[in-house]
Design a protein around this ligand. Sequence first.
Ligand SMILES: Nc1ncnc2c1ncn2[C@@H]1O[C@H](COP(=O)(O)OP(=O)(O)OP(=O)(O)O)[C@@H](O)[C@H]1O
Ligand SMILES: [Mg+2]
Length: 230
Amino acid sequence: MSGIELREVWFRYPGSKDWALRGVSLEIRQGEVLALVGPNGSGKTTILKLAGGLYRPARGEVRLWGTNIWEVNGSRRLELRRMVVYVHEKPILLRGTALDNVAFALLLRGVPREEATRRAEDLLEGSASSHLMGKGRSEMSAGEAQVVSILRAVAAGPRILLLDEPTAHLDREKRGILTDLIGRLRSEGVGMAIATHDLLLAARAADRVAIIEDGRVESVGSPSEVLDCC
Ligand SMILES: Nc1ncnc2c1ncn2[C@@H]1O[C@H](COP(=O)(O)OP(=O)(O)OP(=O)(O)O)[C@@H](O)[C@H]1O
Ligand SMILES: [Mg+2]
């Protein structure tokens, strides 16, 4: 499988008696957008974190490009996890400007500083965010910070991007910018899983929608098959 596969995954948080996930099977394929939709507490964030290899399932398998990441050694697991980036719903930015934040992801991957700066500028410009370049994290609105944290994740060049509530702070214009960015990444072969309450985003951007309820996948299908909103 070219991407991430969860097979019959069961998970509970340390100290909790209740299962957060109860036998979840899902595929997040490269070049495809999967939206996770469902009530608060249904398990969307938990699914993304397991898909990103951040938590270990109690039962079941998490496979990245066909390899069960919990059956290989730590360095191989890290190598596989590098192909996936999880973007937290609350923007977490580093000190420095928006440009520094985006460029940092490239520097981490060994891109020379000059090129990293140029590519970070291109990314911000391409998402109508040039005006944010020189702003520090305390000088940005919640929505601006959200856009920058998503662009930083994109700069890292993941093959699969896991977006948790990416439109939580975005106005209509920025939602449009994000939908365009998602379309662009998809055409470049990036796969995405997006946990969202924004049904319009799910309807517009997703190839498939999974309805999550009570730690299970209720149904999966095209937006028109499973969403009756839009
Ligand atoms: N750190 C944690 N410790 C214990 N239980 C947790 C923790 N995080 C989440 N849970 C529980 O796991 C279940 C799934 O939570 P999760 O955050 O995945 O839901 P969600 O679908 O993302 O909800 P929302 O729409 O509110 O973001 C819930 O019952 C929640 O209470
Ligand atoms: Mg959540």
